[in-house]
Design a protein around this ligand. Structure first.
Ligand code: ATP
Ligand code: MG
Length: 305
């Protein structure tokens, strides 16, 4: 299972529509263990590897500190912070390999609240590595990353995961919906990671599904939906807990032109509502919708006009 799949998997044995809030177990569950494993392209594990990981994660879960040992201020982030939501200073990400790769080389980037930023660049240039870093899924090798003014390097794994669950929503090219859950349950899962009770999660999920025009599909299986509808479910899941940052990695990559345009309209609405959006795209038309564009080439970032 890749770290992105794990991001959207139900917490160990729990039911996203179940009655118990997931608490520290889910808020603290680290998508890919303690090493920063990098991007969506991280190798899938063998079934033996998966078993090992499950056992290891259960052990780690059992040994995790109780929730109240995670600093509340850090868990909540700093929603009122008046400065930039993101500041990267000379950030690098080195994968030792083999072969060794410098996926990010001295990246400087400031994202203000409400910005709508598109990241473009060729395959393998470091876009997903960058997004994983911004989304607290990966750590810089060197450099400074401030999220709402908080130096992320100072956070424990639990604190990072909890902050991610509260503050960041993710949308990916391949939707990452759970086929055995209904549309509503898939969206409610986001609330689990944000530490909400079932009573809090369900109305938020229904509101988010209404927002993306899918109220009539709440009890459907994701498998019965069109690609555009599936991406709407993924967007509802990403925004239902009102994150401060929406990260999207090729959100229209699997969609035809019409569906792609309608997803972009939805992003524009979210941006108009004040949500900060960082989106990776190969599609120039999609990039043109954003207010600001940056390009990554071989791990180096440059601002486009
Ligand atoms: N976990 C990892 N371990 C080793 N190398 C990695 C890892 N993740 C990414 N890389 C390498 O870092 C570089 C950047 O990868 P990244 O996935 O960020 O590219 P990308 O710009 O998103 O490409 P694409 O457009 O194809 O998705 C690539 O050379 C890739 O092989
Ligand atoms: Mg990528």
């Amino acid at each position: 299972m890749s770290r992105i799949d794990e991001l959207f998997a139900a917490p160990d044995g729990s039911d996203p529509a179940g009655s118990e809030p997931a608490g520290s177990e889910s808020a603290g569950s680290e998508p890919a263990g303690s090493e920063p494993a990098g991007s969506e392209s991280a190798a899938s594990e063998t079934s033996a590897g998966t078993t090992r990981r499950t056992l290891r994660d259960r052990l780690r879960g059992a040994l995790r500190p109780a929730r109240d040992t995670v600093s509340d201020a850090t868990v909540e982030g700093n929603p009122e912070f008046a400065g930039p939501i993101i500041e990267l200073e000379d950030v690098t990400r080195f994968f030792p390999g083999p072969p060794p790769v410098n996926a990010l080389r001295g990246v400087n980037l400031t994202v203000e609240r409400g910005d709508y930023l598109a990241i473009v660049g060729p395959s393998g240039s470091g876009k997903s590595t960058m997004l994983n870093t911004l989304g607290l899924l990966d750590r810089p090798s060197t450099g400074r990353f401030l999220f709402e003014g908080i130096d992320v390097a100072g956070l424990s794994d639990d604190e990072r995961s909890a902050l991610r669950g509260r503050a960041v929503g993710f949308v990916f090219q391949s939707f990452h919906l759970m086929p055995t859950r209904t549309v509503l349950e898939n969206v409610m899962l986001a609330g689990t990671y944000a530490g909400l009770t079932r009573d809090e999660r369900e109305p938020l999920a229904r509101t988010a599904l209404e927002r993306v025009g899918l109220s009539h599909r709440v009890d459907f299986s994701p498998n019965t939906l069109s690609g555009g509808e599936r991406q709407r479910v993924a967007i509802a899941r990403a925004v239902c807990t009102s994150p401060r940052l929406l990260l999207a990695d090729e959100p229209t990559g699997n969609l035809d032109r019409e569906n792609s345009a309608s997803i972009m309209r939805l992003f524009q609405e979210l941006s108009s509502d004040g949500l900060t959006i960082v989106m990776i795209t190969h599609d120039q038309h999609v990039a043109d919708v954003a207010e600001r564009r940056v390009r990554i080439n071989d791990g180096e970032l440059s601002e486009l006009s």
